[in-house]
Design a protein around this ligand. Sequence first.
Ligand code: NDP
Length: 244
Amino acid sequence: MVRVMPPTERAKRPIAIVTGASRGIGKSVALRLAEQGAHVFACARSSSTGEARSHGDGWIEHRHLDVTDHGQCRALCSDITGEHGSIDILVNNAAVYLEGPGPSSGRKFLTLPWDAISGTVLTNLLAQMDLVHATLPIMISRGYGRIVNVSSGMGRFVELNGYAVAYRTSKAAINAFTRSVADTVGDLDILINAVCPGWTATAMGGPDAPRQPDRAAEGIVWAATLPAGGITGALLRDGEHFGW
Ligand code: NDP
């Protein structure tokens, strides 16, 4: 039976935002965080805003959100803070891969429509920066926060090549942003990391990928629930440093 949250249960549990939670890795992350007791705002463009429903020890509340819409991002953070008083966890997972399959040729970048290039950077980088910019002051005011920017090994400098130039660039940049912005709150219990989930069988990763979304979610949930004094400003995979 579906249980609807009574008002007395509010503000007693970590409040989490997971973007891109309608499918794939983000959906698994949202479900796992709720199972562990968080109240999770599971956001995506295709999601309809609805009531909180119990899941495991926590709650899932679906929210319609296009992360590229600055006004929607700010309204979401303002609504959540107004109702619950905090945002404790942000999992910046939503991303697009608009370069399609094809040969590993750098020249492909030159034939990509500008919308594909700008859309990649807008969704995978600027939207993540926007949500960090919106939530970090709330975390600072409460002295606690965990932020995971879902990245990719494709953005590591040691892996950069001519295949998927826009996607790689967006992920390399989110890695740089993660490292840089984590340093601004290094004196507080606010831990900000980038996590590569590994090649995963999702709409983006395709059916041949060796990992399932639940497995990919493990390292993200781990980073989103690190204890005080945990690692920050790093690129991680499976709970370990993954070199830049
Ligand atoms: P999917 O394509 O399966 O899911 C992407 C999610 O992002 C969907 O829920 C989609 O929902 C949402 N999304 C896309 N654009 C927006 C937007 N503008 N606003 C809000 N939500 C949006 O991808 P994966 O689950 O595979 O990927 C999750 C993360 O993992 C991404 O950051 C990706 O780069 C990363 N990653 C994935 C790998 C893989 O092999 N799968 C490997 C390495 C990294 P909707 O369309 O409804 O908005």
